[in-house]
Design a protein around this ligand. Sequence first.
Ligand code: TYM
Length: 320
Amino acid sequence: MRVLSGIQPTGRFHWGNYFGAIRQYIDLQHGNEAYYFIADLHALTTVREPERLRQNVVDAALDLLALGLDPAKAVLFRQSDVPEVSELCWLLMTGTPMGLLERCHAYKDKKEKGLAADAGLFTYPVLMSADILAYDADIVPVGADQVQHIEVCRDLAGAFNHHFAETFVLPKAKTLDASAKVPGTDGEKMSKSYNNTIELFEEPKAMRKKIMRITTDARPMEEPKEPEGDHLYQLYSLFASDAQREEMAALYRRGGFGYGEIKKALADVAEAYFAEARAKRAELAADPARVEQILADGAEKARKKASATLKRAQRNCGLK
Ligand code: TYM
């Protein structure tokens, strides 16, 4: 299987990114042909300070490598290093109905809030489709919020294949049942734009502070509670072993505990969970030239694949 996914360098990665997507990248690099990229072209729709964008890309690469992405197994690259994708994006754009993009949630949500949207945000799912189709991806590991975009990709690829000739592979989204929508500190989806994130490599003290601020219901501590549906329990479950999770569920059902205790348990498991990656990250950060080299090697491999797809598409639609 060919696997592909992208992640935006809009800030430091959070628990939602890891448990929804990055963990899948790491698992799927074994036994598959895997391509993972840092979506800097997409980030440009929100990050408008050049220095910050550059730094975010480096941070993103460091995070991914520290978490276990192995450049000997998977191709890691910067989206903008493969200009073929932007060209493919245009080919797809010429056959994209406006209505399809008007229904996409990123644009729709912004518009409904009365905020000004630009063409980059509006056409964002087309660029994402080009990202996926350029590498003939079969599987796209993502969180639930990206599934709609992959449906758009399938629509655009199907329409192109139908109108011209068989050109693109139709991809499938892959989500994890238990963590396709990781909740944030307020119980809504964890997202930078909701200001409810806990970052993967946050300083332990700052992380504890955020965990202590996770919202809880106002029922008295003595009352037994159903763990399912409680976002604090959901977050704890991400890190816990089966035995720890069952123990916590039993505690909820028995009642007589304080949320503070659970938050402390969550902070302990979370800190231990990322300790090894944190140390590895510090090591990698000391050698920026190596990280640059990994991205350059990745770009070379990615371009090879993307340019073959672009040529096929150009031929089939009459440009070549
Ligand atoms: P982005 O950068 O917003 O998020 C990266 C990945 O993290 C997942 N994710 C979550 N999963 C579970 N719970 C959450 N709270 C949570 N928050 C984020 C996202 O679903 C995503 O998988 N458009 C993409 C980037 C992209 C892309 C692509 C992805 C560009 N081209 C091609 C796949 C294929 C995005 O904005 O993800």
